[in-house]
Structure formats: structure tokens, C-alpha cells
Design a binder for this molecule. Structure first.
Ligand code: ATP
Length: 467
């Protein structure tokens, strides 16, 4: 079972501090959200897992963290100034603006049972709207001193291709991975963090010989489906692959396959995996006329560097082809929350909300709870267990005594904490069974099964189960 409505997720996120609307005290800013204490942990865990999977566990990947602000010529030669547009229409009656290709997703502001254009309002002809945010650079307002906030992290990788190649001595094939913010002035941000104006991307630009691109593309599609299912816990039945039709491909793409997830709002894109050919390196390179570029690029009058690779066996400079897996962190968080969310009716008729997160993604790994908060000896042992687990530096551990034990378990279930440890009178050796002295109860979130573990074994017991 997973969340059925977006409202279930939105309300859990607000109530427990995963996500808050941006600038809420001033009425908000549309298309922005702030990650709260638990949200930032979940998001960081997702990014860490992605980096682990794509960088640390491979021999052919380097990392990068490029600036958000870049020379505006980057966006001229990347093609974004001209083509990074969505079709915009206005309603002549209510003056609201919509994305022409998404009218079916939008309610009419005056008559929410209808879609724009199906109501009395007449729509204007679609016109292109560029989604890049502009900002002034430097203290003097001058029409030429502006930069764009990057709408994708990818270009920071392309313009650093030669720097990374020279500093690492890499040979083809190899990739560069980056996680960072991207900004798009979406016409209609909506559906919680699914479509926002400020978001994060986890992207790889993987450089290979022309001719090896199609097989590399296929391998990334399979590998990233595995990432979302095996590592992040998304169920294979909720994931589908969508072959983007030729007439909908972005200007740089030869083929794009989207990994789609069944969100509560419908089946939508989680990650796009594109074959960007030699378009981007070809567009940004100096000496375009001296090298073979297959993609239709604009002549570049400004680049100061050759973004090529010297192919030793054939003794010539080539422009590598690029495979790009590009995933949204925020859509990843939303998919993971959707999948993990469960409302269960227990045997005694009570209900519980439980987030069945993979332990590696859980914001808090273990909660240490005293059976009685008025019993100083129990509290002391519980706090010392929490401190020693925390001191390992390997897990986020918390101590909580602000409610009765049943309520404390429910609270941890709701935020996805995989293990609760309870310290009781048996731990102190005050009850009849001497064998239970220095042991604690470990409660498992999903099954609610409880077992007795020696305090001395706790660390290794948990570490084995937290991967
Ligand atoms: P869509 O068609 O949904 O607008 P896109 O095809 O424009 O998405 P890409 O340019 O392929 O998206 O961006 C790569 C990834 O970045 C997407 O798969 C998505 O996860 C994420 N992403 C793109 N736009 C947004 C946004 N406005 N809010 C949140 N995430 C986004």
C-alpha cells in the first residue's frame, strides 16, 4: 500500500516537519518549499545514496560542484536562450496564465470543475515563454550585466569537461556527476514539490565514443531503474519507462527515455535519461570547423577552449557523445514518501501511520525510549545508550521521553524510524529474570516485532541492519 492522495503526504510533511511552504509568514512564494528538520535528513540521505551508487561504487565517475551563476554565453550556445521555452496562453476573461500543453491538468480559476478553455473564457494563441530566471550581476544596473540562474546543472559539467579531463587524466568512457540547485520560472508550479521553481537535480554527463552511445544509454536506463527500486524502495509496478516521441525531444536529444513513477497525481516523470549526442560539447567548443561534430550546432564565436578528446589509436581529436541521466531530488523525495506511506489498522482496532522507508533513507535511525521517565536509573541507561550510538557517527539517534511508550512508538513509526530501543526494569536487573539484565527491547517499525538484545551487541546489531 502507498499514499493514495497528495493530501496525505502534504499533511504528514507539515505536521512532522518534512516540508513547509516557502516564506509562509508572508503568505508564501509560489513554487518554493523549505525542507524542515526531518525533510533535510531524508533529502540528504537520498543524495548520499545516489552519490554512493553513481560515484563511489563505480570506477568511471568523477564529481563536480559548479556555480549556479554562469556567463550568459553558456546559455546562448547551449541553445537555452532560444529554445528553453514553454507555450504560454492567457485566458481573455479571467486573465490567468497557463501552460498550453498542460491545460488538462489545470482547473479553471473561476469554474474549477472545468479546464481552461473548456469554460466560457477564450484563450489566446500560445506564445513561447522562456523559463530562465535573470538576475543582475554587479552593483551597476546595466542591461548587459545579467546572468541566468541555471535551469539545469548539466551545463556546468560541459564547460568543465576539459578541466576535469586534464586534471584527472581520464580516458573515455567516463562520467561527471553533480548534485545541485536548478531554477525554472514554471508558468504553473503545482502539486507540492513535484513542479516547483527552485529544485535540485542529480545529474550525470557520461562521455563515450560515438557509436558506443546507444548501448551506454540502455545500460544507464536499466541501472537507474535498479537505483530507484532496489536502493530507494520504489516498487517496480509503480515505475514505467516512457519513450519520448521524436517530435517532443529536446533540441539536443537523439533519444530520451523517462523513468515514470505513479505519484498520487498520476504517472509522471521522475528522471529523464537522454542521449545528448555531441551537441553540448560541440556547441561550447572552440575550432568547431576543425573537428567533426554530428549535431546541428550554432557557430561559436566566443569559446576559448577546445572541448575535445584526443583519440590516441586514431590520432585525432573527437567530440565525445554524452548520455545524461537527470533526476529531480524533490520528485525523488515525493516518490519515496508516496511509496513508504502506509495507514494500517492494528489488531486492537487502532490505526497507525507508518513510513516504511529503507533504513538508509530514514531521517532518524534509532530512537531510545525509557519505559518510565520518572525512574532516574532507567533514564540514565537510556541516555547513555543514545550517546554511545550517536558517538559512532554512523547513525542519527534520538532520546525521547515526552509521552507514554505507545505514543512514542507511533510517533517514530510516522517518521519512518526503523528501530526503537526501550529501556525497562529488566534492563536494570530489578525484575525476576537475571538473564535480562543489561538487555533492551528492540522494536522493528514494519512488523512491530520486539526482541531482546544485549546492550553490548546493540551497535553491531543496528549497523548490520541500517544499510
Ligand atoms: P517536465 O516535463 O515534468 O517539466 P522536464 O522533462 O522538463 O520535466 P528535465 O528537463 O528532463 O525535466 O529535468 C530533469 C529532472 O528534473 C526531471 O525528471 C525532474 O525530476 C526534475 N525537474 C524538472 N523540472 C522540475 C520542476 N519544475 N520541479 C521539480 N523537479 C523538476
Amino acid at each position: 500500500m502507498a499514499a493514495e492522495t497528495l493530501d496525505q503526504i502534504v499533511s504528514l510533511c507539515k505536521r512532522r516537519g518534512f516540508l513547509f511552504p516557502g516564506s509562509e509568514v508572508y503568505g508564501g512564494l509560489q513554487g518554493t518549499f523549505d525542507y524542515g528538520p526531518l525533510g533535510v535528513e531524508l533529502k540528504n540521505n537520498l543524495k548520499r545514496l545516489w552519490w554512493q551508487h553513481n560515484v563511489y561504487e563505480r570506477d568511471d565517475m568523477e564529481g563536480l560542484d559548479a556555480s549556479i551563476l554562469m556567463n550568459k554565453l553558456v546559455w546562448k550556445y547551449s541553445g537555452h536562450e532560444e529554445t528553453f521555452v514553454d507555450p504560454l496562453v492567457d485566458c481573455k476573461t479571467c486573465k490567468a496564465r497557463f501552460r498550453a500543453d498542460r491545460l488538462g491538468d489545470m482547473p479553471c480559476p473561476k469554474n474549477p470543475k472545468k479546464h481552461p478553455g473548456e469554460c466560457e473564457g477564450e484563450l489566446t494563441e500560445p506564445r513561447p515563454f522562456n523559463m530562465m530566471f535573470k538576475t543582475q550581476v554587479g552593483p551597476i544596473p546595466d542591461p548587459e550585466s545579467f546572468a541566468y540562474l541555471r535551469p539545469e546543472t548539466a551545463q556546468g559539467i560541459f564547460v568543465n569537461f576539459a578541466n576535469v579531463l586534464d586534471s584527472t587524466n581520464r580516458k573515455l568512457p567516463f562520467g561527471i556527476a553533480q548534485i545541485g540547485k536548478a531554477f525554472r520560472n514554471e508558468i504553473t508550479p503545482r502539486n507540492f514539490v513535484f513542479r516547483v521553481r527552485e529544485f535540485e537535480q542529480m545529474e550525470i554527463e557520461f562521455f563515450c565514443h560515438p557509436g558506443e552511445d546507444e548501448a551506454t544509454h540502455e545500460a544507464f536506463i536499466q541501472d537507474h531503474v535498479r537505483f530507484w527500486t532496489e536502493r530507494c524502495g520504489l516498487s517496480p509496478e509503480r515505475l514505467t519507462l516512457y519513450e519520448v516521441p521524436k517530435d517532443e525531444l529536446a533540441h539536443y536529444s537523439k533519444r530520451t527515455v523517462d523513468i515514470m513513477y505513479r505519484f498520487p497525481i498520476g504517472v509522471e516523470e521522475l528522471e529523464g535519461i537522454a542521449n545528448r549526442t555531441d551537441y553540448d560539447l560541440g556547441s561550447h567548443t572552440r575550432d568547431q570547423e576543425k573537428i567533426e561534430i554530428t549535431a546541428a550546432v550554432q557557430p561559436n564565436a566566443h569559446s576559448t577552449q577546445r572541448l575535445t578528446y584526443f583519440d590516441q589509436p586514431n590520432k585525432k581529436h573527437i567530440v565525445p557523445f554524452v548520455i545524461e541521466p537527470s533526476a529531480g531530488v524533490d520528485r525523488g523525495v515525493l516518490a519515496i514518501l508516496t511509496e513508504a506511506y502506509n495507514e494500517e489498522t492494528l489488531e486492537n482496532g487502532d490505526t497507525r501511520v507508518v513510513l516504511k522507508l529503507k533504513p538508509a533513507l530514514a531521517p532518524i535511525k534509532v530512537a531510545v525510549l525509557p519505559l518510565k521517565k520518572n525512574e532516574p536509573a532507567i533514564v540514565e541507561v537510556a541516555k547513555s545508550i543514545k550517546n554511545s550510538l550517536q558517538a559512532t557517527g554512523l547513525m542519527r539517534a534520538v532520546y525521547d521521553d515526552t509521552a507514554g511508550i505507545g505514543k512514542l512508538y507511533r510517533r517514530q513509526d510516522e517518521i519512518g524510524t526503523p528501530f526503537c530501543i526501550t529501556v525497562d526494569f529488566d534492563t536494570l536487573g530489578r525484575e525476576g529474570d537475571a538473564a535480562l539484565k543489561d538487555t533492551v527491547t528492540v522494536r522493528h517499525r514494519d512488523t512491530m516485532m520486539q526482541e531482546r538484545i544485549a546492550i553490548s551487541q546493540l551497535k553491531s546489531y543496528l549497523l548490520e541492519r541500517l544499510v
